[in-house]
Design a protein around this ligand. Sequence first.
Ligand SMILES: C[S@@+](CC[C@H](N)C(=O)[O-])C[C@H]1O[C@@H](n2cnc3c(N)ncnc32)[C@H](O)[C@@H]1O
Length: 334
Amino acid sequence: MLSFRSGVSNYVSCETWLSRWGETNLCFHEVPLTSSPHPVKIISYEGSTYKTDFWEGQGREFEDRTERLALRQLLPASGHTLIEVGAGFGRLADLYQGYQRVILVDYSTTLLSEAREHLGHDARYMYVAANVYHLPFVDHVADVVVMIRVAHHLAAVDLALAEIYRVMQGGRPFIMEFANKRHLKAIVRYALGKQPWSPFDPFPYEFVPLNFDFHPSWMRQQLMAAGFRVERELAISHFRLPALKRRIPPQWLARLDNALAGPGAWLKLSPSVLTKNVALKPPTSPAGFLRCPACGSQRLVADGSQHTCQECGRSWPIRDGIFDFRYPRPEDAP
Ligand SMILES: C[S@@+](CC[C@H](N)C(=O)[O-])C[C@H]1O[C@@H](n2cnc3c(N)ncnc32)[C@H](O)[C@@H]1O
């Protein structure tokens, strides 16, 4: 299991809040950007049936609806270039109608193919197989970046945030969802002795390999260290409870959840949190669009079936409408 404690140098911030023991003072360690191991392990959804295994007919209409309501609240209605990182099969892509160019990025070509199956008629969408740690875009290219249900797979959140910050326009929003370890159920289970790990420990909890829950204050700290200002937070999915979901129609439950999302963000007792974060850097026009994810060179030559980097000589295939810029290549991925 990955330890985020390595390289701890000093305490940088303390927060006070009310916990079940009364007022608790919690301090956070400084986690240097270089704390993550290299190469970073990544999860594979290649060949995955995520769409049908997790969403379609799986009783998750409430979760889908509440995420959409929250995303609508945070997302600017229109813009030029939106990048969704870890877009999967494009579940949320219909929310990006107001954007001139929508780039769906995912490490899984299986899921991107599914996205293309239902969105392929719309020329505004582009499908890019890539690793969030090595995005194949030049600096400042994105007006907006969205990342939902992906952070929980990231072993090196700091490196992913640094890469997202790099490709963003200054002053523009990055909307990210993350799994909250300090949710009400975890607190109650811990208090009753039914859960060994503390939801108050600030460090990520890896509940199964490459699946992490995060403390909201730890995540806020990572965002700030990467150069973002956390502008808004929404606590969502309070009612992710089978008994409630069985009894109350998902559209009602999602509306109720959405009404709680803003006020609930003060306590953040929900299993999921959405944040809107502004990239703190001057607005700068991007010089180009794509770059080699391995060496960073913009000297890419396209011939219809691939891009070839004139700097490092690597080739990046284009297959069935998907630009394959995965680095490391799946066969070399840790
Ligand atoms: C739980 S799914 C969520 C998909 C989509 N965001 C949604 O909410 O329906 C996680 C997605 O993140 C992608 N992913 C995980 N690690 C990644 C990485 N290092 N780079 C790019 N995509 C990644 C997976 O391939 C998968 O499609």
